[in-house]
Design a protein around this ligand. Sequence first.
Ligand SMILES: Cc1ncc(C[n+]2csc(CCOP(=O)(O)OP(=O)(O)O)c2C)c(N)n1
Ligand SMILES: [Mg+2]
Length: 1037
Amino acid sequence: MEHQEDIDGIKIDRSHDLYSSSTFSFPKCAPLPLPSPTVPCNMIAWSCSDPELQSHEYIKSHFLILLQKYSNSFVAYKYTDKLRYYTLIMFYFLSRSIKLITDIMLCTFKRLRFQAVMISGSRECIDYLQLMSCRGRMLRAGRNLVRLSSRGYRPAKGQFGWLPEPPKSAWTPQGEMSGETAQRVHLVNAFRRFGYLEAELDPLGLAKTRDMPELAPETYGLKSGAAVNEKHSVDDLVDQLRSIYCGPLAIEFMHIANWEERDWLARNFENTISTELRNEERVKLAKTMIRVENFDHFLATKFATVKRYGCEGAEAMFGFFSELFDSAPEKGIDQMMLCIAHRGRLNLLTELMQFPTVQMFRKMRGKPEFPSDVQGSGDVLSHLTSSFDHSTPDGSVHITMLPNPSHLEAINPVAMGKARARARTIEKGDYSTERDSRVGDGVLCVQVHGDGAFSGQGVVWETLALSQAPHFRTGGSIHLVTNNQVAFTAEGHIGRSTTHCTDIAKAIDCPVIHVNGDNPEEVVAATRLAIDYRNKFRKDVFVNLICFRRWGHNELDDPSFTQPIMYKSIESRRSVPTEYSERLVEEGVLTTEEIESEKKAHTEKLLEAFRAIESTPPVANHLSGHWSGMVQAPKSVERWDTGVDLDLLRFVGAASVQTKDGFNVHPHLKKTHVDARLAKLTSGEGIDWATAEALAVGSLLSEGVDVRFSGQDVGRGTFCHRHAMLVDQETDECFVPFNSMHDGQKAFYEVANNLLSEEAILGFEYGYSLDSPRRLCVWEAQFGDFFNGAQIMIDTFVASAEGKWLTQSGLTMLLPHGFDGAGPEHSSCRMERFLQLCDSREDQIPVDGENVNIRIANPTTSAQYFHLLRRQVVPNYRKPLVVVGPKILLRHPQAASSLAEFAPGTSFQNVISEKKDAAKVDKVIFVSGKHWIAVDKARKEKGLEEKVAIVRVESLSPFPVADLQSTLKQYPNAKSYVWSQEEPRNAGAWSFVNPRFENTVGIKLKYAGRRELAWTATAIGQFHSEENEEVIRETFE
Ligand SMILES: Cc1ncc(C[n+]2csc(CCOP(=O)(O)OP(=O)(O)O)c2C)c(N)n1
Ligand SMILES: [Mg+2]
């Protein structure tokens, strides 16, 4: 047997070893070699604690002799896992053949006693070995347990929510390549690199393809007619390469830095090209597109004036969706989060996502979306959503389409956040405790984009920048760009600066599969390749579906005003479903009768729904699944006991600074953070802001509630106060004490120190907060000012989502605020903007209850902050919270609380007033936030402590009418009322509180604060001090 060798009685089959053959083979039969024929691609690591087996001599005499023929390098080093010493030996193999490698391993194991085997590189190799071990062959071969893993580290504690990735294989050039082979390899790689630029991608035939000299064989000295092997010439090779890389399906992947990925993509793309769909699959595809088109035609006749943003011209996208949905269970995906803009959304909802057609028709008639007993107004047609179970012979997948605002692409990070949170909910991927799990297991995020928006919106980049970042990644999103070559009226050439609208994929080192939308089967092939790539490499992958738009931006627009040539071409052509189904008719796979009856049956179904419009009531599918048991916030004012048993608080407080043995805490932190916190907990006094936060976090964890803090530098804290994540001063190891509180801990603290983005991150955290109400999700801005980079997320999701879509979120935003002379961009979180977003009633008829859309609080003590955080999780409804966050209060003695203020029976106080001889008070100063300290100091200096009362308004929204009224009753002799603030008059809370005090509390306030200002604050120290003095003077005059 030519391909078999015998080692230790085991036959080694070398026929699979692609690199064993020195003959040159053609792409379709067997892929061409990438640059070198000798490539190490699999690594086997063997570890052992037996001292005898650790010796270098032993390794040499047993392993190396056995494997030197097949392994091109090996390393051996000792390591320790704290319990015992191991020797780790890694062999890098020349071969790609899984079978060859595993056969070699089998005979190795037969001879050696081993304790663990770790394999990295090929997933297939791991699968094969697992299979072998199941069959008992490997277990018999060795003495102890065989452990297979792509890594050996479990991240459950220090870095909860982040699995380290297995190393990728590297490419080491070896041996020599003949001049002729080098020329051919150049040519082959040129097609791989540039083929997509000459591909037939435009269904309208209008796009100019590039003429790439790199694709000419002469460029590399190859002569036309010259032989490549006995059967084929250079021209055959060029034809073959052109048919693979320059057809209606093309791939852009040679920019990817990793050799293994490029190699995999080349091989699999070449295979994809030659795979054909089965006839049943083709018929199913044709019928789906026929129904999708029929839906658009139906709407055009029955709802002629409705903007449906149909998918006419882009129907091939259904090849993508069907394939994705149908193959998900087989690929181990049981949860899918999908976001899509307007184009084709309604078709997708009704055709594949089980959205009740009658409900959609009701909306088109202008009827209300929700029953009248639900608090929520609904949204436009193109923002409808669905969430359903899709069953296939391989199992079932739960698919969720997220609601989205009109702001294109804003939904992308939200979908990613929700996908990652779902992974946490089902404990998969980064949140798994299974040894062999990988990021992206079980949950897939699918993002569908328009070509114009994808090219232009900044949030696209921000979201892609998150795709591989620790604590944000989801194991790769699959992207579809519905590239109809126009955005409203802007064609690609004016709508972007790149060749393809997907060029941003190159920045994150991911492949793009371009496909001509006239070829639905190629769309399916592209989807399969995308799924397989994502499955293998857990990275994003992009399908650029180049299609056209039959009508204008919506069906009522006339596109020929601006795109006359394009639209002449569109008008002169038949639809994609028609072309495709007729092709199948010609091939005898489908009949015209079948097409007609498919349309007829579908129209009948639509008519049935149409007739039922008036008789069908609206439904609201909210507060189900993970949200069952929750309710919409009541209209009344409620107080929740958020206090916690003090022993538990002492325990969690101590746990928040407890490190493991041998961990080297920074000496300064040991003193000021660890020891100081323990002392405060012991005395029960002086609980500072960070300790209060830790007590809230720790108590929630101990109640089984996960906590996630995300933001730039949140681990340490911008103001160096939090230290939720400690760093070993000798090793750089990060440690989150809260994740090692006790054995059997169920809830964890994910500290997501994140990249310098606001919009995508806030969107992500908002999405994260949607998955389950039993989590505290906190986003902290570095300084409050920077939230405005995320304004789209705040306007269109945080403030308004529940009203539009009934989705609740308890997202908490910490926005450091305070006028301390730090200048225009480091002083203000612009609370006025949030106050303007509230649906709190200015007339306070009825007074604000729990159902106000956002909570806005400006707490002045650490205990207040503690109660605020806990109140985000304790009630049975959720509302987003803005904490106008402190800077100087973090360590200020007047902001510190005693432990008793955290005890059971305590709660957040909407208003803090002073206990004094109230009858003597003739002036009441209302303040919000840290400004009260300055006012209090001035009052002392002026000797007005008896006559002047200071009332701190801690909750701005909901506006605490009842608390303010009862506070005022304490001061029956008060004659003047002042609102004092450090913010300019056109900022801060003034415009919000003034009418509310007047309308409800019934008092007229005098304003004392900075003058109106076009920016937030001065940067000049002297002006700042002068302004402060002026504010105080006005407050007391
Ligand atoms: C952020 C944002 N800016 C502008 C718009 C208005 N708008 C709605 S659709 C659209 C064109 C989108 O083009 P494209 O992304 O190519 O999608 P298509 O409509 O072609 O499917 C525009 C400009 C919007 N919805 N969102
Ligand atoms: Mg477009």
